[in-house]
Design a protein around this ligand. Structure first.
Ligand SMILES: NC(=O)c1ccc[n+]([C@@H]2O[C@H](COP(=O)([O-])OP(=O)(O)OC[C@H]3O[C@@H](n4cnc5c(N)ncnc54)[C@H](OP(=O)(O)O)[C@@H]3O)[C@@H](O)[C@H]2O)c1
Length: 209
C-alpha cells in the first residue's frame, strides 16, 4: 500500500519504519524534507520525503503524526487532496504545548477525535496509534506472545478494516473499539491510554469480546 505519513518524528518515523519493513511504500510529508535524508538511508526500503501535499496526493492512506496544534494549518493545506481517503489520526493534545485548540479538544466530552473531523470533513478518519508511546512501538513490535494492543475507532467500515490490517502489519494487535464516538474511551486520562496493555488486556478494559 502507498502510505503518506504527515510528520516524521517519534511516532511517524517509528511507525513508518515498521511499515517499510512490512513491504509498504511510505512517503513522509514534512516541512523540511532534506533533514530526513539520513533517516531514510537507514530504512533500507521504499521510503521518500517531500512536501506535505505530495505525501497526501500520492497515498492510498494517510497517517497524521504531527503536533496537535498544527491541525488547523495542515488541514487547510491538504483537505482538497485528502478528499475521502483513509486518514489514520494518531495526534494527541499535549497541554500547554498545543494551545487553545488542544485545550478545547481535551475539554470535549465526546472525545478528542471529534475536534479534528470538522477540519477534514470528507476524510474517512480512524483514530489509532494515539495511546502507545513511541518507545513501546519501537521496542515491542512483533513481540512474542500477546502483542501490544492498539485500539482504533472509525465510522467507515472499509477504513477501519484497512487500519486494522496496517496495525497488524506494524506488529501489533488491532482492537476495534467501534465508531469514532468510541474513541473517547481511549483518550488521555483513560485506563487504556499509555498503559502498555496487550491486545487481550485492552479488549478486557474496553469490554470488547
Ligand atoms: N511521542 C509519542 O510517544 C506519541 C504517542 C502517541 C501519540 N503521539 C502524538 O503523535 C503526534 C506526533 O508526536 P511525535 O512525538 O512524533 O512528535 P515529534 O517527534 O515532535 O514529531 C512531529 C513531526 O511533525 C512535524 N511537524 C511539525 N509541525 C508540522 C506542520 N505544521 N506541518 C507538517 N509537519 C509538521 C515535525 O517536523 P518539522 O518540525 O521538522 O516540520 C515532526 O516531523 C502528536 O500529536 C503526539 O501527541 C505521540
Amino acid at each position: 500500500m502507498r502510505i503518506g505519513i504527515l510528520g516524521a518524528g517519534m511516532i511517524g518515523g517509528t511507525v513508518g519504519r515498521l511499515w517499510v519493513g512490512a513491504g509498504h511504500s511510505v512517503a513522509f510529508g514534512v516541512r523540511h524534507p532534506e533533514r530526513l535524508r539520513k533517516m531514510l538511508g537507514e530504512f533500507g526500503g521504499s521510503a521518500t520525503a517531500g512536501p506535505v501535499l505530495d505525501a497526501v496526493t500520492g497515498a492510498d492512506a494517510v497517517l497524521a503524526a504531527i503536533p496537535f496544534r498544527a491541525w488547523p494549518d495542515v488541514a487547510a493545506e491538504i483537505e482538497a487532496a485528502l478528499g475521502d481517503k483513509v486518514l489514520l489520526d494518531a495526534t494527541v493534545p499535549d497541554p500547554p504545548r498545543d494551545g487553545a485548540f488542544g485545550d478545547a479538544a481535551l475539554a470535549r466530552e465526546d472525545g478528542v477525535a471529534l475536534a479534528v473531523t470538522p477540519l477534514v470533513p470528507r476524510a474517512r478518519l480512524v483514530r489509532v496509534f494515539s495511546t502507545v508511546m513511541w518507545t513501546t512501538l519501537r521496542s515491542q513490535a512483533h513481540c512474542a506472545g500477546d502483542r501490544i494492543g492498539i485500539p482504533l475507532a472509525g465510522d467507515d467500515a472499509g477504513a477501519v478494516a484497512t487500519t486494522a490490517r496496517l496495525v497488524g502489519d506494524a506488529g501489533f494487535d488491532p482492537v476495534v473499539a467501534g465508531p469514532l464516538s468510541q474513541a473517547r474511551r481511549f483518550d488521555p486520562g483513560t485506563a487504556v491510554f499509555d498503559s502498555g496493555m496487550s491486545g487481550p488486556q485492552v479488549r478486557a478494559a474496553l469490554g470488547i469480546a
